[in-house]
Write a protein that binds this ligand. Sequence first.
Ligand code: FAD
Ligand code: DLZ
Ligand code: SF4
Length: 517
Amino acid sequence: MSDTTIQTLRLILGDQLSHDISSLSDIDPANDLIWMCEVSGEATSVKHHKKKIAFIFSTMRHFAQELREKGYNVHYTKLDDAQNAGSFYGEVERAIAQHSPNRIVVTEPSEHRVLEDAQSWAENFDIDVEIRDDNRFLATHAFFESWAEGRKSPRMEYFYREMRKKYDVLMNGDEPVGGKWNYDSENRKPPKEGLNVPEPYTAQTDDITREVIDLVADNFDDHFGDLSPFYFAVTRDQALYCLRKFIDERLHDFGSYQDAMVQGEPWMYHSHISFYVNIGLLNPLECIHAAEKAYHEDGAPLNAVEGFIRQILGWREYVRGIYWLKMPEYESENFLNAKRKLPWLYWGGQTQMNCLSQCVKETKENAYAHHIQRLMVLGNFALIAGLDPDEVNEWFMVVYADAYQWVELPNVTGMILFADGGYLGSKPYAAGGAYINRMSDYCSGCKYKVTKKNGPEACPFNYLYWDFFIRNKDKVKGNPRLNNAYGTLNKMGEEKIEAIQQDSKRFFKALDKGEIV
Ligand code: FAD
Ligand code: DLZ
Ligand code: SF4
């Protein structure tokens, strides 16, 4: 279909790859045109990890093929098409010029920047534009707003309980199954010797994926990350298989080892479905129901099932709610006034801190790190080293294949950096080396000594942790959840405080000069 008049132009963005998406609900296959486009403006809005771009483009191309097989008219602009306008705005303009549609239908873009762009089309192109709710999320904007209204600090746990009731998930009438809402206290087992972690899902690459890999290699060679090997699912069938494999092989131990980190085991007992849920191949509710069924019918333990469901029904929906409630101001929050530049070690530069080195290495290879690596190693360091939120947000947006701003920003600005002053999280998630040592085997392979608190051999997390509380005293001391930390600090002798500050000063000087730390 080219240079023909159509009724409705239906735009499908790169993270809207769901057959039941709202923008297609009333499609007229004979008269409507679906428009999809690979645009350099999106691939370089930040310089996304090579594997992430390949994943998105390959999944988009497979989705377009499935839509055509269903009998729909699909226009697909490839990145290297001569006519490619390079942006959503330019592509919409081109589509209108070619096809003179009566109107445009699009599901609400997941990112504020793109929503603003879409909101400008009606006036700028003098056309009727309908922006529909994204029906793949479980809490509408209205539901979240009314829940959050009047709450000074709307905590995830209470939102999660409402969502459990609303969707009747793990409920016994009005009561939670098992008598408790949250089994997190059972989900903190350190790793033990001889864990037999199942192999992760690895998809076969087909011609479409191979073509995309070549395209990414040719066009984004200067982006961070390894392109090969490429193992992501790129179709709904493959993603469903990946979900099934998680439920059958990993869910049982998901809870117990949720916080554990093991060198050489990037995938642990996590589900690795965030890429697929966020891009639209899997629906969050079907993932929740699959886990709930495993509890009722296959003996999956409640701590694992509840823990997994809480991440999707609770955290995932909650961070999206916060994003839309707080944007666009949320993007520039910097409560702690953190200014340090992101050190080179985040891009794979050498470091002697083994925990950071391992987490960055796996991120570069896989465009994935599991939650506790993101939170307690990469995020914890960013917090206690006082890294600039803009730089940290950019890094997290670039490196993970599941990163879109609606989910990345609240996790970084709110959860790890406390840059929103405690709106999302009740306290800064700062931790010393002892936590990392308890939950991982990284420290045994590190040049630093986790048991040493001060001096050049000491684990930097140990003194930076205290230095963080000293530096930010005026901002966070009143937080009741930090009473213990400040109680301990108050009892510290001057000599100890002096040693902490000297070590931190020396460390930051080396870090800022780009020396290997
Ligand atoms: P599992 O551990 O198996 O959890 C199951 C699912 O729960 C995930 O697939 C995801 O959909 C959901 N989930 C779990 N935790 C969160 C959370 N905190 N917020 C939202 N959803 C959650 N997740 C993203 O999807 N995209 C991001 O860009 C992203 N950035 C993060 C940045 C930081 C600093 C932190 C601390 C967390 C971030 N997360 C992000 C949340 C979480 O780390 C990932 O969702 C998870 O690691 C994905 O791996 P998985 O599918 O194996 O998750
Ligand atoms: C992340 C991304 C990238 C890298 N490339 C494209 C693209 O070429 N075409 C596209 O439709 N979407 C892409 N995306 C995802 C979009 O950034 C995402 O859909 C919007 O930001 C949502 O508002
Ligand atoms: Fe990380 Fe410190 Fe352990 Fe080294 S000793 S791995 S820096 S926590």
